[in-house]
Design a binder for this molecule. Sequence first.
Ligand code: CO
Length: 209
Amino acid sequence: MKKLKHLFDRNLSWASNIKEKNPEFFSQLSEQQAPEYLWIGCSDSRVPANQIVNLPPGEVFVHRNIANVVVHTDLNCLSVIQYAVEILKVKHIVVCGHYGCGGIRASMEDTEHGLIDNWLRHIKDVIRFNADKLHNLEGDEKLNLLCELNAMEQVMNVCNTTIVQNAWKNSVDLTVHGWVYSIEDGILKDLDICISSKQQLDEKKLESQ
Ligand code: CO
């Protein structure tokens, strides 16, 4: 068990299943990747990007972290966005939150969690920005609205990166979407925040004032 043999066995059967259906699958994919989508989601094991949208390897470029946060100065996330937009030329960036997110739940508590509290600080900011929408709510209702509001805030953060701003300046066809996923029934919901230009971003900013 030390070497996780069962995972290698699962890998062999997975790869041979795919090759049975399409013998050229891996050799074709090894030559290039041309995904249309960048997925920014939560690290939660129940929210696997490709499986949720039922797409095979090669179709989705993925960045995941706790609570799908896009921090203005996070070189890891920014590098993923830059590579996706400038090299892979994805057409869509999806920020996908999920209901019942443990990171978001932790950010609502006063308990100390150690190092991660510094990361969750960004979600506490989202709570502060949306205090008027959240102050009357309790429990799961509050948590789930915050999961939606956080995904929407991270959409704005993606749009405000120099990478996306420059893409729009150069008339690149690029849309940023906000979604939320339900771990209870496996269904995605579009949060109706779908931004394709600086003008649309400015309109959204005015709406939220
Ligand atoms: Co989560």
